[in-house]
Design a protein around this ligand. Structure first.
Ligand SMILES: Cc1cc2nc3c(=O)[nH]c(=O)nc-3n(C[C@H](O)[C@H](O)[C@H](O)COP(=O)(O)O)c2cc1C
Length: 223
């Protein structure tokens, strides 16, 4: 049997795309239009994602309309104002300085929904949430494809899902999963912005990889 074998430089390229992928917010998007062929490639990358029982439960809404974007931005604003109060002292003032979305700045917004199955899905019978997980696999594919095309993508989750569902005409079978902002950027940071701003540090290998049980840390690798 023959199958495509990837070469060392191709493996390195995939690592580079993963390492240099960034969450992009409104402070980095430019007004340069996105070529529709590029958006098509990003969406087709989504459709290549794995899904439980090959159910492909993802649904995408392509949003360009300024009024719709403004309505979603309002939902963000009210949720973000509430969120700010959950962080205290220095974190509270730092939170208020953060730009956490690019809804109106990005030329393209994509809302991602999970379509609940109407009958049993192979593999999803014990963990129904595998359906939502599948949808998220599609989002990661898009994020990587966008970066490979030098296009930025940001994920906005500070939203009231029910309000977004109403705004975008979702029925009871469709659950809001993610709101993505897509557009060209003036730069891609080489590190997560939240790391640079001192909000969070990248966790060490040994903090998150365990050997045999969650009770014993992996010690084989350099951190
Ligand atoms: C499920 C999910 C939800 C996120 N929601 C937001 C959000 O609402 N606003 C925001 O600015 N970034 C959001 N992000 C982006 C993260 O902040 C970002 O991925 C993280 O800081 C690491 O940075 P990087 O993606 O540039 O590597 C989200 C990311 C994920 C995976």
């Amino acid at each position: 049997m023959s199958y495509r074998k990837f070469e060392v430089d191709e493996q390195q390229l995939l690592e580079d795309i993963m390492r240099l992928r960034r969450d992009v917010r409104g402070n980095r998007f430019t007004s340069e239009p996105v070529d529709e062929k590029d958006l098509d490639r990003i969406l087709r990358a989504a459709l290549l994602a794995p899904s439980v029982g090959f159910s492909q439960p993802w649904r995408f809404v392509d949003i360009r309309d300024h009024e719709t974007k403004a309505s979603v931005a309002q939902v963000f604003k009210s949720e973000n104002d509430k969120a700010a109060h959950l962080f205290k002292d220095a974190k509270h003032s730092q939170y208020q300085q953060l730009k956490l979305e690019g809804i109106t700045e990005a030329p393209i917004n994509l809302a991602v929904f999970y379509q609940h199955p109407q009958e049993a899905v192979l593999g999803q019978t014990s963990m129904p949430v595998a359906g939502q997980y599948s949808t998220i696999c599609a989002i990661q594919n898009m994020w990587l494809m966008a970066r490979a095309l030098n296009i930025g993508m940001g994920w906005v989750s500070i939203l009231d899902g029910k309000r977004v569902e109403q705004l975008l005409g979702a029925d009871e079978h469709h659950e809001f999963v993610a709101y993505l902002c897509i557009g060209h950027v003036d730069t891609f940071y080489d590190k997560p912005e939240l790391e640079t701003l001192g909000w969070e540090a990248r966790k060490a290998f040994n903090e998150v990889i365990f050997k045999e049980s969650l009770q014993s840390k992996h010690t084989d690798h350099e951190t």
